[in-house]
Design a protein around this ligand. Structure first.
Ligand code: 13P
Length: 342
């Protein structure tokens, strides 16, 4: 019974060419983004910014789920409505980030292990009671000449799988996010090899832990070279490498793959999502969608700049980015304003 309900939620999250909007930055990360624009780093400004996002008109036409952070799911809009309730009323599923961050992995300099399993069963029950329908856990995998280690891949895959099993037990759809990060000078090929190994290990662990693949969403990186790599590929090369890697590693039972943006510019993230759908849709058994944070929020954050008189303009920009990504899922461009050539 529970699994049917979870499968329906997972399918709804990736339906109708919609995608997910991640606004689950931890307080330190949100403060860092505010500091870069001179925005006061207070609980009230974080709340006001999150209110701007969730009250953007027509958001539900392109966004099926929004990922919240612990502080936000406990906050209310100015009119007193809790964030989760206001999203629900719009037909947008509220989600919640439940990991407690990536910490240094003992004995493995330069590598991270994501924590948060202690007490997770109790926290998930509370979030479900507050209205969350799905959850997110992000693991971070770095590449350099000698990384990642098997220790890092296995530890993170195991944690992701234990998190996912606990989510399903609590009636929440797990979004499983193993992110191979873009820092460094590695090639596209190396990112493909590492991501392939990571995803194979993650799905092995998910199966070992008894996670229902029909009732989860995978949130991976696109296959991209490091930011410092001198050779930057075309959109088609990224799309090909990404779809090939996923076809080799992700079981067809998974309903959807929702990419993170990982620090790509908003325009490039949309253009690559579009190329992935054009090149991959006919071959892919899963929906290929987005779960972006920076690539949807960043231009709106800059327009808002902490000033409430800029709310309308910022909301229009947020909606524009969301619509660009919805159009990308359909293999289209939203407007002529998109400048990235294909
Ligand atoms: P970005 O799209 O900014 O990479 O964030 C996605 C996310 O949710 C990271 O956990």
């Amino acid at each position: 019974m529970m699994t049917i309900h979870l499968t329906e939620t997972a399918n709804a999250l990736v339906a109708s060419d919609n995608g997910l909007l991640a606004m689950d930055e931890s307080n330190p990360t949100c403060n860092k983004r505010f500091a870069a624009h001179g925005i006061p780093q207070t609980e009230e400004r974080r709340r006001a910014y999150r209110e701007l996002i969730v009250t953007s008109p027509e958001l539900s036409e392109c966004i099926s789920g929004v990922i919240l952070y612990d502080e936000t799911i406990r906050q209310q809009l100015t009119d007193g409505t809790p964030f989760a309730k206001s999203l629900d009323a719009l037909g947008i599923s509220p989600g919640i980030k439940v990991d407690t961050g990536a910490k240094n992995l003992a004995g493995h300099p330069g590598e991270k292990i994501t924590e948060g399993l202690d007490g997770l069963r109790e926290r998930l029950a509370e979030y479900a009671q507050m209205g969350a329908r799905f959850a997110k856990w992000r693991a971070v995998i770095a590449i350099n000449d000698s990384l990642p280690s098997r220790a890092c891949i296995e530890a993170n895959a195991h944690s992701l799988a234990r998190y996912a099993a606990l989510c399903q037990e609590a009636g929440l759809v797990p979004v499983v996010e193993p992110e191979v990060i873009m820092d460094g000078s590695h090639s596209l090929k190396r990112c493909a090899e590492v991501t392939q190994e990571v995803l194979r290990t993650v799905f092995d662990q998910l199966c070992d832990q008894g996670v229902s693949l029909e009732a989860m969403i995978l949130k991976p990186n696109m296959i991209l070279p490091g930011l410092l790599c001198p050779e930057q590929p075309s959109l088609d090369e990224v799309a090909d490498a990404t779809v090939n890697c996923l076809l080799r590693t992700v079981p067809a039972a998974v309903p959807g793959i929702a990419f993170l943006s990982g620090g790509q510019s908003p325009e490039l993230a949309s253009a690559r999502l579009r190329a992935i759908n054009i090149g991959g849709k006919s071959r892919a058994p899963w929906a290929l969608t987005f779960s972006f944070a920076r690539a949807i929020q960043q231009p709106a954050l800059e327009l808002w700049n902490g000033n409430d008189s800029n709310v309308n303009e910022a909301q229009q920009e947020l909606l524009h980015r969301a619509r660009c990504n919805q159009a990308a899922r359909q293999g289209k461009r939203e407007t002529e304003m998109e400048r990235v050539s294909t």
